[in-house]
Design a binder for this molecule. Structure first.
Ligand code: PMP
Length: 438
């Protein structure tokens, strides 16, 4: 057949085993644990491809967990970074490059009256929470089951890595995401089920909520569209009750569109957080939003810091990335992503595997075991995870690397030939999985 399952990953497995001497689990992030058949060890990456230590060339749909919208190591980025490294790395002061990067963010992002840079999504989420509390004088932050906003104590509730949901659907109980998490950290946060406007309106009407934080399109668990009218309704209710609306666009930002989910859905939050695709793989994040809120960092006694905020190499990467985000890029990803989504759905259907493919051409989700697209996190408890892991493992042996929790990221380097090769592997892997489970 077109793509025999020929690849071996023994060199990676050996190295991960050896790595355990230095790193817990042999890896540097909990989200790299438990990968079947082994976490992989890579030598280099270019365009849509990763090259591992076993000499395999893999078509990559992880894309660094989302950042690489231009693909791996694009020429424009390489040049910008090479040029900058000769001029300086870290000034602990401002640079014109930083101004240019900030100006681009403010031009592209609808809510961005002003913005500040950081280094990771987790930390700019903290800045957003602090602004919401400081500006309202209230404590409570509402978040939603399954929405991931970084790994810090005050926000890692009812979310990854475990699929956690507890309590009745109309009053969920926050579930700690990690051992060692301060139980009191749940004091300032409440958890709701997403996509239920009436529930959100009821809670906001008590008038004591500082901020609502959500992935405007839920991409961490599943790839779930906001229900019709949900974002508009959330926007109106937050305005009515003096609550700060925060969109966490760490995944959706610069990926669904140059202006993120807020551009795609035409709903403007008060604050938004960005990371990942903003610098195509360099550690850059941003908080953007209403100028009067952002100005609290300058005049409102709200602290925001970071040794690496605006670091020169990262800013060179940010400018090079943001200047590459043309309408043509999104049109290409749109067209090829749609073809890939449809092709995967057709292969699974032909193989007799029940699944739904949902989301967006640049970030979609393949949900094994679902009969209909999920509306929110609780629907995802029906996912057939073992079957999906068998599928991604079969894909990997055919040279296609896709995340085991179901998400597929696309870059502009995934051209039609790459999509064709992927679909051939998908078709084979689907048949193999169907046969082995028959
Ligand atoms: N928010 C969202 C929506 C995310 O997807 C992530 C990372 N997956 C984060 C925040 C945290 O970002 P980081 O890993 O850069 O700290």
């Amino acid at each position: 057949s077109a793509s025999r399952p020929s690849m071996s990953f023994d060199g990676s497995a050996r190295r991960i085993e050896d790595n355990r001497r230095f790193m817990p689990g042999g890896v540097n992030s909990n989200f790299r644990l438990g990968i079947s058949p082994t976490p992989l060890v890579f030598e280099r990456a270019e365009g849509p491809y990763l090259y591992d230590v076993d000499g395999n060339r893999l078509i990559d749909y992880y894309l660094g967990m989302g950042p690489m919208i231009l693909g791996h190591s694009p020429a424009a980025l390489r040049k910008a970074v090479h040029d900058q490294i000769d001029k300086g790395i870290l000034f602990a002061g401002q640079s014109d490059l930083e101004t240019r990067a900030a100006q681009l963010v403010c031009e592209l992002v609808p809510c961005a009256g002003k913005m500040r840079f950081g280094s990771s999504g987790s930390e700019v989420v903290q800045a957003a929470i602090r602004l919401a509390r400081a500006s309202t004088g209230r404590t409570t932050i509402l978040k939603f089951e399954g929405h991931y906003h970084g790994w810090f104590d005050n926000i890692l509730w009812s979310t990854a890595p475990a699929l956690n949901a507890a309590g009745p659907e109309d009053s969920p109980v926050p579930v700690a995401g990690s051992a060692g998490q301060l139980p009191e950290a749940a004091h300032g946060v409440e958890v709701l089920v997403w996509n239920d406007l009436a529930a959100l309106e009821r809670r906001l009407a008590r008038g004591d909520v500082a901020g609502v934080i959500m992935e405007a399109a839920m991409c961490n668990a599943g790839a779930i569209h906001p229900a019709r009218g949900y974002l508009e309704g959330a926007r109106a209710a937050c305005t009515r009750h003096g609550t700060v609306l925060i969109f966490d666009e760490v995944i959706t930002g610069f990926r669904l569109a140059a202006g993120g989910a807020q551009e795609t859905f035409g709903v403007t939050p008060d604050l938004a957080t960005f990371g990942k695709a903003i610098a195509n793989g360099f550690p850059v994040a941003a908080i953007a939003g209403r100028a009067d809120l952002l100005d609290l960092f300058a005049t409102g006694g709200v602290v925001h810091g970071g040794t690496y905020n605006g670091q020169c190499i990262s800013m060179a990467a940010t400018v090079a990335t943001l200047e590459s985000l043309t309408p043509d890029l999104y049109a290409a990803i749109d067209k090829r992503g749609r073809r890939l989504m449809q092709g995967i759905a057709a292969s699974l259907d032909r193989a007799g595997i029940r699944a739904v493919v949902t989301g967006f051409p640049g970030i979609f989700h393949v949900g094994f075991g679902l009969e209909a697209p999920a509306r929110h996190y609780r629907d995802l408890t029906r996912l057939d995870r073992p079957a999906y892991i068998a599928f991604t493992t079969a894909l990997l042996r055919r040279g296609v690397r896709a995340l085991e929790r179901g998400a597929w990221f696309l870059s502009v380097e995934h051209d039609d030939a790459v999509i064709d090769a992927t679909l051939a592997a998908v078709d084979d892997a689907a048949r193999e999985v169907a046969k082995s489970r028959a």
